[in-house]
Design a binder for this molecule. Structure first.
Ligand SMILES: N[C@@H](CCC(=O)N[C@@H](CS)C(=O)NCC(=O)O)C(=O)O
Length: 227
């Protein structure tokens, strides 16, 4: 197998790249990273010293590709499939890149802050940082609600990189910081994402690990149903 993805089935940024791979039925081998296993963690650090997953290794090209947006761009350049996740048109591409950054930085990152604060050692919690993260999610939710009318996907009619980014952030954020009742565009967009076959597969593969999620008790029952 040419492509190997260092990955964990519960990790939200891994979901972003898995969705892209499943959208195009790109063959790859998943190598699960276990941060609790020093050997597994060392193998990741050897490839990408910042220690973040996912990381793609292309055996045929002898290249290691980190960072989710770069990985998806690399896949499109070197292993294209029927679903074009980065549009050719430069202006449309700018919109896709903008909303990719938006979902990573202003939805996924604050969501991660709320989640990881819960598993910090006793006395090391950061309530101020968590309050800032919740305030950022409120801003981001409001922006998505205003942006989505008339759009099926993050930037229009086509499913793109920006949707790959949106799903994991919104999925976990909706658990740790629920949408407001009136945010129907936002809720409907998450439902459309959840119905996508690539996303159903990612969630199905994550389900055996949901017991490890620090906010497991807040997870809606329907997220636990077979998909
Ligand atoms: N900017 C990175 C973020 C990746 C990231 O935060 N990955 C998380 C998993 S969802 C991780 O590796 N966390 C492990 C850690 O921080 O120790 C990307 O887009 O690839």
């Amino acid at each position: 197998m040419t492509l190997t993805l260092l990955v964990h089935p519960l990790a939200s940024f891994c979901h972003k790249v898995l969705i892209a791979l499943y959208e195009n039925a790109t063959p790859f081998e998943a190598q699960i990273v276990d941060f609790a296993d020093p050997g597994s963690a060392a193998a990741l650090l050897d490839k990408w010293p910042v220690g973040k997953i996912p990381v793609l290794h292309d055996g045929a090209a002898g290249r290691t590709v980190p960072e989710t947006s770069i990985i998806i761009d690399y896949l499109q350049q070197h292993y294209p499939g029927p679903v074009r996740l980065l549009p050719e048109d430069r202006d449309r591409l700018l919109q896709v890149r903008l909303w990719d950054r938006f979902y990573d930085l202003y939805v996924s990152v604050p969501m991660q802050k709320i989640v990881t604060d819960r598993i910090r050692p006793a006395g090391a919690q950061d309530p101020h940082g968590v309050a800032e993260a919740r305030a950022m999610l409120d801003v981001a939710y409001g922006m998505i609600e205003a942006h989505m009318p008339g759009k099926a996907w993050a930037t229009g009619d086509d499913f793109t990189l920006a949707d790959c980014s949106a799903l994991p952030g919104l999925f976990f954020a909706s658990i740790v910081h629920p949408f407001a009742d009136g945010q129907q565009q936002l809720a409907a967009y998450l439902e459309r994402l959840m119905a996508r076959p690539s996303v159903r597969r990612v969630i199905r593969e994550a389900q055996p690990y949901f017991s490890m999620f620090p906010y497991r008790e807040a997870m809606p029952e329907r997220y636990l149903e077979s998909r």
